[in-house]
Ligand binder design. Structure first.
Ligand code: HEM
Length: 510
């Protein structure tokens, strides 16, 4: 009976989806007067300066505006809007106007009181909110501060440095497994595999050890991997489907809601099982200690479960995308790859214990190495998001003379920022890691978007940057990396972050 009812609802929803699509096409025409109103008459959508000039931007194109196009488009939208409107413009996230910043000075003004920015649901809809709406990534004010304080002992610089030996072990083990991976093909030149599909298991392996250290077994990893599959399906729904954006949608017994509930149940069971195992083995780890904070009333169970979810699962997309682009940069510019290889070899020459040597760990942490400059240049040339997730202003702001009222959504056009900001000079379109030798971090602080620019930047920063650098160092030491001749870099569709879809070749170095 229940399954028949379910099928009935599924059918009804399929039909309503179809009706909705037709409705959108028809109404996109009927929306025209409303678009006119938004652009020309609605004060809430117009941001004037003292000379009465508005901020320019494309028409709303209702019902969606650029809500989805800005994620799926491979930086073409950034180029188009920069050409037409410059480096301060307005786009539309549905019928909500969003201010886009792309000049470092404006971004500095925006982030001056970054802590008070409201993220609420970032206009990403109900489905997303249900999965991680109570996590540290969405919390604001004192709630956010309390969560960050609880997390700080396990994610600060010292904790990340202590984790380095384990990180190196994880990477070495993963590199050895490449030839035997199910996606790897032995070809004349070496090993060929789909880059992001193969690479995403590595950040998952590393971060699961950050959270659970040696309590994380092979079987646990298999379990996490299975949950990841459903997580990816859900993220596709969150960022590409319209109906799950609405809270009323969750009352229907659809396959999407079923998937969501299943995933949340699996996740909770996994977290509880891991904590029980930790107690049984008489061990301890950050995830368990953070759970003790729940028992002591320092934060709620939902906040805990959703934050661990963000750390372990939601960030995999970010890590996988960032890592893939780092390797693509190296593969595309063999001169840079060779230069980096020489640097790594020269460091290892004074490391009696090889990768396990303290000198090698120090090298990964340093910020004046070629490795570091390559990492920065890859972030600059290959931003993980074309437009950052919108945050909204808690207070009115004046940006370049324009009064922007509070509750306005603001995002950053990363590509324009990374290529048009004055600090990058005349060769900003050239891939040139050496540019960072001459630049001080203060000079590009607001011109390079990597781990967030405001005071609430990425919690995993100390791990993430070193993870990327250590992986690159270990890879170039053992392999020459290449993109097969006939391969063009394309993007995976239906993802929030820019994940490249490309084959890769690792050629072992004799
Ligand atoms: C290379 C990989 C990564 C990149 C590119 C990245 C990037 C980012 C960015 C851009 C933000 C938003 C910052 C903002 O709102 O201003 C963020 C937030 C966050 N990241 Fe990462 N991240 C990475 C890896 C990680 C890892 C490994 C972890 C966990 C150990 C992590 C945990 C978090 C958390 C919890 C937040 C929310 C922080 C908050 O709102 O307080 N990230 N990350």
């Amino acid at each position: 009976m229940a399954s028949q009812l379910c099928k009935f609802y599924e059918g009804a929803l399929l039909l309503s989806n179809a009706i909705f699509s037709i409705f959108s096409i028809v109404t996109s025409q009927l929306f025209k007067p409303y678009e006119l109103y938004l652009v020309h008459f609605s004060k809430a959508c117009r941001w004037f300066n003292d000379r009465g000039e508005d901020i320019p931007g494309p028409p709303p194109k209702l019902p969606e505006g650029d809500r989805y196009t800005r994620m799926t488009d491979d930086l073409n939208l950034n180029n188009k809007y920069y050409e037409k409107y410059g480096d301060l413009y307005r786009i539309w996230n549905g019928s909500i106007p969003e201010l886009v910043l792309a000049r470092p000075e404006d971004i500095a003004v925006f982030y001056k009181d970054g802590l008070s920015h409201d993220l609420q649901d970032m206009n990403t809809g109900h489905f997303f909110y249900k999965i991680i709406g109570e996590s540290v990534g969405f919390a604001v004010g004192s709630t956010w501060k309390n969560m960050r304080d609880l997390l700080h002992p396990y994610f600060n610089n010292k904790a990340a440095i202590q984790f380095m030996p384990m990180m190196i072990r994880n990477i070495s083990g993963w590199l050895k497994s490449i030839p035997f991976d199910k996606n790897t093909l032995k070809v004349e030149e070496g090993y060929k595999f789909p880059l992001s599909e193969t690479i995403k298991s590595l950040p998952l392996l590393i971060i699961s050890h950050v959270l659970y250290n040696d309590c994380m077994t092979e079987e646990d990893l298999i379990r996490v991997n299975e949950i990841t599959i459903n997580h990816e399906k859900l993220m596709e729904i969150v960022f590409c489907e319209t109906l799950p954006r609405f809270s009323w949608y969750s009352i229907f017994p659809t396959s999407q809601n079923k998937l969501m509930n299943q995933m949340l149940r699996d996740w909770k069971t996994f977290c509880f099982d891991m904590n029980e195992k930790t107690i049984k083995d008489g061990k301890s780890n950050p995830a368990y200690k953070l759970y003790k904070d729940v028992e002591e009333g320092k934060w709620t169970l939902s906040q805990y479960l959703q934050t661990i979810y963000v750390i372990l699962l939601s960030n995999i997309d970010f890590s996988c995308a960032a890592l893939s682009w780092q390797l693509i940069g190296l593969a595309q510019w063999s001169r840079v790859q060779e230069k980096l290889r020489k640097e790594v070899q020269s460091i290892l020459a004074v490391c009696p214990k090889g990768f396990d040597d303290e000198n090698f760990n120090n090298y990964i942490c340093k910020k004046n190495t070629y490795l570091h400059y390559v990492c920065l240049e890859n972030f600059r040339m290959f931003p993980v998001l074309a437009y950052t997730l919108p945050e909204f202003l808690a207070e009115d702001k004046i940006i370049r003379g324009h009064r922007i009222p509070k509750r306005t959504f603001v995002s950053i056009d990363t590509w324009t920022l990374h290529t048009k900001a004055a600090v990058w000079g005349n060769d900003s379109n050239k891939y040139h890691p050496e540019r960072f030798e001459k630049l001080k971090p203060e000079q590009y602080r607001h011109a390079l978007w990597r781990f967030g620019l405001g005071p609430r930047r990425c919690l995993g920063y100390f791990y993430a940057e070193r993870m990327l650098k250590a992986i690159m160092a270990l890879i170039v030491h053992s392999y020459e990396i290449k993109i097969p001749n006939d391969c063009e870099v394309k993007l995976h569709s239906r993802t929030l972050v820019r994940i490249p879809n490309i084959d890769f070749v690792f050629k072992p170095i004799e």
